[in-house]
Design a protein around this ligand. Structure first.
Ligand code: ZN
Ligand code: ZN
Length: 356
């Protein structure tokens, strides 16, 4: 991080609690009004500035083991002045992309650096290629969410509401080893046409297609995200025909996830299968997003993103079709780019599962 900052002529990088702090020093601090801030300077050792009452929490995290310098501030001190004192008042200072605006402005007013820029340009470069231990963590998360999908067929029945099914899925996400439920989408019948529908009191009906998109956070912070579409009874020939094309589209996207391809090529691979079958207008979102310590992060699998794929990049391939008032479907797996074939972290069948 310090080397990257030096290359870009950035004097210091300031990181407050969130995925970037967890990535850099392993400290999973809760973002609160009191300032906790990692100060990474190009010409000195990094320092973690923490409220006095959070010193023990910081020391108990990997920060303590790493021997990182920790500087505390008391309730009546000005922590922003402390950070400004460490950073100096000249040059560019990078702030993490998720820092609260209140803290960004107070750091600016305290004179921490002469100009603020976003630290994402540095952090994304580090986080976008996963190390082997990160890939193992994502694989564990994928296996955990797969166990939940394996149980979903037992929960979907006509007469139950999306909310009832969703509550049980949330419990299963935790039982499978996640420490937090990030989202539960149970989108039945016409609700399936809204990609980010969550749950509602709609009663599942015979013949409904049901989009189930679920994800959570594992104890190490890495995330799962997987979608399968189920049918409760026979969804009819139109839906079945469209679903087969969707499955081919998703497979094409996964196959395209190779070193040398661009992010946009993966999108094109999935999108063109749907478009060639006349369903292009119904695929209303990008094909995927990166995943790691956040559910959505770089790289984004979208037209216009010409970033070349490299080993270690991990992202979703999740095409869908959505017809308002009628139905929708999506198939989503997390894929890791390797030197050879793409590694798919989700293994539940992608064929339409019809629950009789
Ligand atoms: Zn996703
Ligand atoms: Zn998803």
């Amino acid at each position: 991080m310090r080397d990257l900052a030096a290359e870009r002529g950035i004097r210091a990088v300031l990181v407050t609690p969130g995925p970037d702090l967890r990535y850099l020093v392993g400290y999973d601090a809760v973002p609160l009004e009191r300032l906790t801030c990692l100060v990474v300077r190009v010409d000195a050792d990094p320092v973690l500035v923490v409220p006095e009452l959070e010193l023990l929490a910081a020391a108990a995290s990997p920060v303590g083991e790493a021997g990182l310098d920790v500087l505390t501030w008391g309730e009546t001190d000005d922590p922003y002045a402390k950070v400004a004192g460490l950073v100096g008042s000249t040059g560019e200072v990078a702030v993490d992309n998720h820092m609260w605006a209140e803290k960004v402005l107070r750091l600016r007013d305290a004179g921490a650096g002469a100009r603020q820029v976003l630290a994402g340009q540095l952090l994304d470069q580090l986080r976008i290629r996963k190390e082997p231990d990160e890939i193992a963590a994502l694989a564990d998360a994928g296996a955990a969410i797969d166990r939940v999908h394996a149980a979903v067929t037992g929960l979907l029945r006509p007469g139950r509401t999306e909310a009832q099914v969703g509550a049980e899925i949330a419990e299963l996400i935790l039982e499978a080893g996640h420490v937090r439920v990030d989202f539960v989408i149970v989108a039945s019948g016409p609700n399936g046409a809204s990609p980010h529908h969550e749950v509602s009191d709609r009663v599942i009906m015979p013949g409904d297609a049901v989009v189930v998109d679920i994800g959570g956070t594992m104890p190490d912070g890495y995330r799962s995200d997987c979608t399968r579409t189920y049918a409760v009874g026979d969804p009819g020939p139109d839906f079945r025909a469209r679903y087969e094309i969707l499955q081919a589209s998703q497979e094409a996207g996964v196959r395209a996830a190779r070193v040398g391809a661009r992010c946009s090529d993966v999108d094109t691979a999935s999108r063109s299968v749907l478009a060639d079958a006349g369903l292009g207008e119904l695929f209303i979102h990008r094909t995927g997003h990166g995943i790691g310590l956040e559910s959505h992060e770089e790289p984004y699998i979208v037209q216009g993103n010409d970033l070349p794929l490299e080993p270690g990049m991990a992202f979703s391939v999740e095409p869908g079709f959505y017809e308002a008032g009628r139905h929708g479907a999506r198939i989503e797996d997390i894929v890791v780019v390797t030197e050879g074939d793409p590694r798919v972290l989700n293994t539940q069948t992608r064929a339409l599962v019809v629950i009789e």
